[in-house]
Ligand binder design. Structure first.
Ligand code: PEP
Ligand code: MG
Length: 324
């Protein structure tokens, strides 16, 4: 089987009825890029930029950041590279920026923190824009957006940084801007968010956590944490519908993308791109090539009638078994 998967390296993730899904990778360190190339990734769907921040002893400066981002943008030149802005807080601590709160997952996280510290946000955006000079593949992704105002403020800072950097280095391409949908309020405002940006990227890890009110890292409740919960699937389906209404592409970058059962349902929902760890990519590509889009849609319709994750698992496992 491994050889069969390896042979698909340069083949597209194309269904038997001609629907294509872009296969992207999630990375955190530049060392993750080699395996991504090995499996034939078509882009970086999520660069968790907090990881290079976490392994340092202090905030990296603009030049240091630009150097890191340049490496990623150049390695994947001609392909999309999604750099997510700093997403610290919650499960992602920074040793040199300690945050003490009773409820860190409901506290100062992601975009909230950087909007309260515009100097951190502007430095990072400027570094990304500088790194993108001469390349045309920068996508900027905003984590933990829970209200339209947060997006509007972020866009204003990005516009400011764009003007500054253009002035300094000459003409640069406007980056594509995306919003992570990983908080329940964002699901219900997906139309408003989609109308203001270029793409949505659904973070199923946090979305599952916040919809089910189950800590994604707590062993005691781990058996209850399930992205195939019908409520989570309904949320993802609604976000896809909002994206289609607003003519805004929708990607998924949470772990559900790398789960063969999840990938079939996401295919049925009309997701444009899936981003996952490099290790999961060959198998998911194989799964997509084993289905027709019409079959995935029919399975999705059946899954959406189920009331329990276990029933959805049984249904999808059967469909995957049928295809070997
Ligand atoms: C997510 O929440 O699904 C996601 C992709 O981001 P992270 O796992 O980094 O929180
Ligand atoms: Mg997240």
């Amino acid at each position: 089987l491994t050889e069969e998967l390896a042979a698909l390296r340069d083949e597209p993730a194309l269904t038997s009825d001609g629907v294509r899904v872009a296969m992207h990778v999630n990375i955190g360190l530049l060392s993750d890029m080699a395996p991504s190339l090995t499996v034939g990734a078509e882009g970086i769907g999520l660069y968790r930029t907090e990881v290079p921040f976490q392994i340092r002893k202090q905030f990296p400066g603009e030049e240091e950041q630009a150097h890191i981002y340049r490496e990623a943008l150049e390695t994947f030149a001609g392909k999309p590279v999604v750099l997510r802005t700093l997403d610290v807080g919650g499960d992602k601590p920074l040793s040199y920026f300690p945050i003490r709160e009773d409820n860190p997952f409901l506290g100062w996280r992601g975009i909230r923190l950087v909007l309260d510290h515009p100097e951190i946000f502007l430095t990072q955006i400027r570094a990304m824009l500088k790194a993108s000079a001469g390349l045309n593949n920068l996508h900027i992704l905003l984590p933990m957006i829970s209200a339209v105002d947060e997006l509007d403020q972020s866009l204003a800072y990005i516009a400011q940084a764009f003007d500054e950097v253009s002035e300094e280095v000459g003409e640069i391409q406007r980056p594509k801007i995306g919003v992570m949908i990983e908080v329940p309020s964002a699901v219900y405002q997906a139309d408003a968010l989609a109308s203001r940006c270029d793409f949505l990227s659904i973070g199923t890890n946090d979305l599952t956590q916040y919809l089910l009110a189950i800590d994604r890292n707590n062993e005691r409740v781990a058996s209850r944490y399930d992205a195939l919960h019908p409520a989570v699937l309904a949320a993802i389906r609604d976000v896809c519908a909002a994206g289609a209404r607003q003519d805004c592409e929708v990607a998924v970058c949470g772990e559900l993308s790398g789960d063969p059962l999840g990938a079939v349902l996401l295919l049925g929902m009309g997701i444009h791109s899936l981003s996952m760890s490099a290790g999961s990519l060959p198998r998911i590509k194989w799964v997509i090539r084993s289905f027709s889009h019409a079959d995935a849609q029919a399975l999705l319709a059946e899954a959406m009638r189920c009331e329990r994750p276990a029933e959805i698992r049984t249904l999808l496992n059967q469909a995957l078994d049928d295809r070997g």
